[in-house]
Design a protein around this ligand. Structure first.
Ligand code: G4P
Ligand code: MG
Length: 180
């Protein structure tokens, strides 16, 4: 049987993610900056954003981004499918912390930052659990001056606990697997 040359995926448990979120929160607090609002990019950013709220205690707004068009065909660029209602009123003049699970190509993050900037926030900062070390398709707009990452990881596929149909199996594999 031919051996796969793909590197093994990373697997993180909920405990791992919680600790990573706490380390981000500690660094945000140490910076003396604090957000008025957390904006979670769905769906991967939802659970990390909720965990972050345990430490930062700010309201969470959710946005959704899709890579599929109306006929369910994949597209190269993200487009919004769900955006914050009354965005102008809620985002204007506010310090926003945009949260997602992974910074992969950076396209979704860049797109969401641009969308948020249209609503004249005071500041947009970004926090991600995992930043993949790789050439990015896009850069973040220069308005983003604060960027917190939980861990920098190699460019491998990451398996998150919320995607696992069998969490016990996932955790067992995570314990025996590679750590970044
Ligand atoms: P980026 O701007 O944050 O770098 O994201 P990018 O557009 O490159 O990512 C496209 C989709 O691929 C995103 O999901 C992202 O979460 C997902 N993705 C990228 N790398 C990994 C990985 O290693 N593991 C997993 N599990 N997902 C990855 P999405 O379309 O927003 O869907 P959702 O899963 O967040 O709902
Ligand atoms: Mg995502």
């Amino acid at each position: 049987m031919a051996e796969s040359t793909d590197p093994a995926p990373y697997r993180f448990t909920y405990q791992d993610i919680h600790r990573t979120v706490r380390s981000i929160a500690e660094r945000i607090e140490a910076s003396l900056w604090s957000p008025d609002l957390i904006v979670a990019i769905g769906s991967g950013g939802f659970i990390p954003a909720r965990m972050l709220r345990t430490f930062l205690d700010r309201p969470i707004l959710a946005v959704g981004v899709s890579y599929y068009d109306d006929e369910d065909r994949p597209t190269d660029n993200p487009r919004t499918v769900q955006w914050i209602e009354e965005a102008e009123r809620k985002l204007g003049g506010k310090r926003i912390l945009l949260v997602d699970e992974v910074d992969d190509s950076r396209s979704t993050l860049a797109y969401c930052v641009r969308e948020l900037l249209r609503h004249a926030p005071a500041e947009v900062a970004v926090a991600v659990l995992h930043d993949k070390r790789k050439p990015k398709r896009e850069e973040l707009p220069p308005e983003v001056t604060r960027y917190w990452k939980g861990l920098e990881v190699e460019d491998r596929w990451i398996k998150y606990p919320w995607d696992a149909p069998d969490i016990d199996e996932h955790d067992a594999l995570a314990r025996g697997g590679d750590r970044p």
